[in-house]
Design a protein around this ligand. Structure first.
Ligand code: ADP
Length: 164
């Protein structure tokens, strides 16, 4: 049976850290569904459609390099329900530091209780992208800084446009 995983997140915006996790998850899975959460209380900087488009633009070369099938979709409900809706048995999350760890342990524990058949698998951030956080990227962009080191070129341009 094909091993399917979901990678849920807000991706507001997509960063090089997210792309690193996507590439590494695709290397160990047969199918990866990137799930863009649209249920956050706070209004996102980029619409769900914009975030999906950012991801779709980047996944083709990763799919070609790894042989995995990678798709993107939005989801407004529970992560475990998103997993079940695409027959995924794995939830992929990235771990950068102890802040992520504390939060992710709770998330994985509660998801595990709601859906014991779905396993959360953590990939530790690669050293070259470990410092990248979407929140900081948004702040840098808002203050007119250069986001090019942290995000794909098209995302950096989209951030620039949002500011104008
Ligand atoms: P969420 O709001 O669900 O935390 P994010 O888009 O911020 O959504 O992050 C989605 C996932 O990607 C989380 O597991 C997060 O820890 C991980 N992640 C974010 N940035 C990085 C990075 N630079 N390196 C590795 N993992 C990351």
């Amino acid at each position: 049976m094909a091993l399917t995983g979901i990678y849920p997140g807000s991706f507001d915006p997509l960063t090089n850290g997210h792309l690193d996790i996507i590439a590494r998850a695709a290397a160990i899975l047969d199918r990866l569904v990137v799930v863009v959460g649209v249920h956050h209380g706070k209004k996102p900087l980029f619409s769900a459609e914009e975030r999906v488009a950012m991801l779709e633009e980047q996944i083709a070369p990763i799919a070609a390099a790894t042989g995995a099938e990678i798709t993107v979709q939005t989801f407004a409900n529970l992560t475990v329900d998103a997993a079940r809706s695409v027959d995924a048995t794995v939830i992929i999350r990235g771990l950068r530091d102890s802040g992520d760890f504390d939060y992710e342990m709770k998330l994985a524990g509660m998801n595990g209780e709601m859906a014991p058949d779905v396993e959360t698998v953590f990939l530790t951030a690669s050293p070259n992208v470990r410092h990248i956080a979407g929140t900081l990227v948004r702040q840098i962009a808002a203050m007119g800084g250069n986001t090019a080191p942290f995000v794909p070129a098209s995302v950096s341009m989209a951030l620039e446009k949002k500011r104008q």
